[in-house]
Design a protein around this ligand. Structure first.
Ligand SMILES: [Zn+2]
Length: 433
């Protein structure tokens, strides 16, 4: 058994429902077989377990492992293709790189870079958009399994509009999905996610095949994009005249439930929000991506008021980094810019969105998302370099909420000192091999 000693911050209760930041200075977390079995003042926890090993995490803060609910593995190398709206960016930047995933050697290299990027950012759990090619998705799962991260992913499918090499058929999509899920679903910490790229590039028949796959694979997730950009929304409306809305294209096919995550939803109607709330589906809010592509300002207040579950995604490569801390800060900026329509965020809101909300969206909230007794020890120790600006401001923080705001404002991957998943170390300490 191991006792981790440090300053622990988490959000076991949603700040959107009255919860506050739980902060304990000089706390002890006793971990056995990857599970937190005791938590409290270090002196008490230590006294109860005098023979246990103590890991000192002096300085900085210990947070729950970060949860990324929307990120694209094939797009690592095209991060920061700036200057284009969504549909131009897809055509000129993302889809040519997606096509390169047909080469499994290329895909294996990128999958390694991708998983490494997650760990370095302190991400321990992710819902990942895979590739359009099944062997490339195998590469991702192989790398994810080796890393120990909690990764849900799947084959990305489309059967219209995109370049021909990225297209499949409803029959092939189902067969490939079943084969991949058979190899990877519920193996270690991996799960399968049924993943049509978006309704703009799928026929109703392909969405039906996705629904068949979702029924076949018990416990699988569903993920796609929705309402990201107004030109995209208009095009989808024309492609699905029988549907009442973009959300309805998925809802009507039977694809929305508590394990469904739709990215963006920047331009929803009220009936769409009500449909998401009624089905329990979640929205992956990706504020850096929305800002980089000029997609719009996310109406968080409307989501919360209508009961829609929201978590954070980096949306690499339209998003500009793997850091959920940066996404939390960007979500704060976005709500501030919305003025009276915005929902002012505290540092506790940002932490909740980057941890427990993501765990709930991925149906993992019984296991991860905060550092309570009974949860897996998925954690990230954020500790600044001595003399850095983050170090200076943390030493002068007024209280724990203020310190956490400083972490969101200033911490980057170089401040992510250690990462654990289920009690196991993930990745290497910065500066070490
Ligand atoms: Zn995306």
């Amino acid at each position: 058994m191991t006792i981790y000693r440090g300053t622990v911050l988490d959000t076991p209760q949603s700040p959107f429902a009255g919860g506050v930041l739980r902060a304990e200075a000089d706390a002890g977390l006793a971990v056995e077989a990857g599970v937190i079995v005791d938590r409290g003042p270090f002196a008490r926890v230590r006294a109860a377990r005098p023979a246990d090993q103590v890991v000192e995490l002096a300085g900085g803060v210990l947070l729950p492992g970060l949860v990324d609910t929307h990120v694209h593995f094939p797009q690592v190398r095209v991060i920061a293709g700036l200057g284009m709206p969504l549909l131009d960016w897809l055509e000129k930047c993302a889809l040519p790189e997606e096509a390169r995933m047909a080469d499994s050697g290329y895909a294996r290299e990128v999958a390694g870079e991708f998983v490494d990027g997650l760990v370095r950012a302190g991400t321990t759990t992710a819902l990942v958009f895979g590739a359009h090619f099944a062997p490339a998705v195998d590469c991702l799962f192989e790398q994810a399994a080796a890393s120990g991260l909690r990764v849900s992913a799947g084959l990305v499918v489309s059967d219209r509009i995109l370049r021909p090499e990225l297209l499949t058929s409803p029959e092939q999509a189902l067969a490939d999905g079943l084969a991949l899920a058979g190899r990877w679903h519920r193996k270690d910490r991996l799960r399968y996610a049924v993943t049509p790229r978006f309704s703009l590039s799928t026929t109703g028949a392909l969405l039906e095949s996705c629904a068949a796959l979702l029924r076949e694979v018990d416990g699988a997730l569903f993920t796609s994009h929705v309402n990201e950009n107004t030109a995209e929304v208009d095009t989808v409306r024309g492609l699905f005249p029988e549907c009442t809305s973009y959300v309805d294209t998925y809802h009507r096919a039977g694809l929305l439930n508590r394990r469904s995550v739709l990215a963006h939803n920047v331009h929803p109607t009220d009936p769409e929000l009500d449909a998401l709330a009624a089905t329990g589906a979640s929205v992956a809010h990706c504020p850096s991506s929305n800002s980089a592509l000029g997609s719009g300002l996310f109406p968080l207040r409307r989501h919360v008021e209508r009961g829609v579950r929201v978590a954070l995604g980096t949306d690499v490569g339209a998003g500009t980094s793997f850091s959920l801390l940066r996404e939390g800060l960007q979500s704060y900026f976005m709500q501030a810019l919305l003025g009276a329509d915005g929902l002012p965020l505290t540092s506790a809101h940002m932490l909740y969105l980057a941890t427990a909300a993501g765990a709930a969206a991925l149906d993992l909230d019984q296991q991860v998302g905060d550092l309570s007794v009974g949860k897996q020890f998925d954690a990230v120790w954020v500790a600044p370099q001595a003399g850095s600006t983050l170090d200076v401001v943390l030493r002068h923080a007024a209280d724990a909420d203020d310190a956490l705001a400083k972490v969101f404002a200033l911490a980057g991957p170089s401040d992510v000192r250690r990462v654990w998943v289920g009690g196991d170390r993930a990745g290497a300490e910065p500066g070490h091999t």
